[in-house]
Design a protein around this ligand. Sequence first.
Ligand code: GDP
Length: 574
Amino acid sequence: EKIGKSSTEIVKKLFDMGKFATINDSIDFETAEFVALDYGITLELKQDTTAEDKLNELTHVEYGEEKMKRRPPIVTIMGHVDHGKTSLLDYIRKSNVARGEAGGITQHIGAYSIEVNGEKITFLDTPGHQAFTAMRMRGANVADIAVIVVAADDGIMPQTVEAINHAKNAGVSIIIAANKIDKPTANLESIKQQLAAHDVLVEEWGGDVMMCPVSAKTGQGVPELLEGILLVAEVLDLKAVEDCPAQGSIIEARLDKGLGPVATVLVQNGTLHVSDYVVAGTCIGKIRSMTDFTGKRVKEAKPSFAAQVQGFTEVPNAGDKLVVVSDEKLAKEVAAERAAKERIEMQNRTAGAKTLEDMFKNVSDEEVKSLAVIIKADVQGSAEAMKQSLLEISDKMKDDNVKISIIHSGVGAISEGDVNLAYTSNAIILAFNVKAEPKARQLAERNSIEIRYYRVIYEAIEDIQSALKGMLAPVYKEEIVGHAEVRATFRISGVGTIAGCYVTDGKVARTNKARLIRDNIVVFDGNIASLKREKSDAKDVASGYECGIGLEKYGDIKEGDVIEAYEMIQVKNE
Ligand code: GDP
C-alpha cells in the first residue's frame, strides 16, 4: 500500500525471485528491501519497541550529581567453614543495633543495618558465598565490600581462596578479618604471608588490603573492623538517588503459608514505597506491606536498606533485579516477555551446552580470546603443576591473541562454590583425580557447566591446547569466482550507477564481494548491491551472459572497467 503497488504485482515479483508467497505470508526485511529497491524505493527498518525497552527507558534516567546522595555500604561476609562468619555477624548485630530496636531482632530477613559513629552499614546476613554467588549468577552483584573471615589459628583454607577469588571476580573491595585472635595459637604473621601467596597484599606489607584482627567471641577488634568498613566505603564514594522510583535486588524469597509470597528487597537506587507496582524477573506485584529487619512495619525503604515485602503474585528468585514501574500493565507486559524469553533460553541451553569446544563462539569478535578455567586436584602439587603448564601455554600463544585465565585452583572435590564460580566467570572446570560432590554435579548439569576429568596432566594439556587452537580467530582465504567486463553504465535515480556487464569467465553471484579494476588498478573493493539479468534480480549470472551490476555505495564505474567477483572462504586452523 505504501509503495503504491498491488499485492498481485508484489507476489509476482517475489515469484520471479524464486520466493513463493501469498498475500498472507510474511517476508523478511531483506526481501522486502530488495523488492522495494526494484521500484526505486529505499526501505528503512524500524524495530518494534518491546515492553523491556520501555522499561529500560524509564529506569535508565540520568540524574545529575546534585541528586546523588551518599548511601551506606553493603557488606557480605565470606570465608571458610567454621572460621567464624556466623559468630561475627551475630556479634555485630547484637552490639550495634540501637537499643530500642534490640528486642525485635529475632527476624532474619537476609540483611540488617547497623549504625557506627552515626553512619550506617548494611550487612547481608546469609554467611558464606552461596547467597553471594547465587545473586551474582543473575548478574545482580549487590555487595560493595566483602569481609573475608580467616581464623588466625587455622589460616587460609580452600574456601578462603574461593572467597578471595569470588570477591576479585566480582570486583568488590576486600577486607580481611583475622578472627579468633583470643586464641593463643593465633598467628597473624603467618596469615599475611599466606594471603600474599594468593596475591592479597595487606597494608602492612605495602598492599592495599586492610586486615583487621578480631575476635567474634570477645568482640576485640570489631569496632576497628566496622570503622575500617566505613573507611573503605568512603573511598568507594558510594552514592545513589533517593528521590526516584526504586530499583533493587531480591536477596531472599519464600512462600509463607499465611502471608503468601514474601521477599526481601535490598534497595539500590530510589525509594521503595508501599503501593508501588514492581517487576522482579518474571514476577510482578503491588507492594502491600513492608517490614524491616526488626520486624517493624515501614512505609518506605531507601538506598542500601532492605525490607521484607508482601504483595508479589508469585515467589521471585533470589538475585532477581527488582524495578518499580508506573503501572500494572507495563509490569505484566515485561513479565510476559521475560517468561517467553526464558523459555527460549531454556531450550537453547539444553540444546547447546557449554563445552570446551563451543565456549568461544560468542566472543569471536573480541581481540584477545580468553579461556577461563578452574582447576581442582587431589593434591596441591598437581594443581600447581597444571597451573604452571597452562600459564606456559598461555604465554606461548599470546601472539595469537589467545590466553588462559586461571580463575581459581584448589584441592579437593568440586564443590557447589566451584560450579557457581564457573558459571559466573564463564569457565570450565578441570578435575584431576577428584570428583564432583553430588550437589555440585547436579548444579553443573542444570547449568550446563563443563567439568573435564583427567588422571594425568599431559592429557589435560593436550586437550586445552587443541581447544585453544579451535579458538584462534578463523583464517579466511580469498577465492576468485569470476570476472565481468563493463560495457555500458546507466544512472538510475534513487539507485545509483548500474554497470551493464558481460560475464567473461566463471560467474558472478549477488552475495559475492567485488573489486572494480581499472587499468589493472583496484579502484573499489566491497559488496555487490544489486545483480540483475534482463530486468529481474538474479542470484547469479554465468559466463557468456549479460547482466547489470550495482556496487554498494559506489558510482564511479566506467566502460572498460572489469568487475572481479570473489568470495572469502574460511580455512581450518592448522
Ligand atoms: P562459620 O562456619 O564461619 O559461620 O563459623 P561459626 O561462626 O559457626 O564459628 C565456628 C566455631 O568457631 C564456633 O564454635 C564458634 O564459637 C567459634 N568461634 C567463632 N569466632 C570465634 C572467636 O573469635 N574466638 C573463638 N575462640 N572461637 C570462635
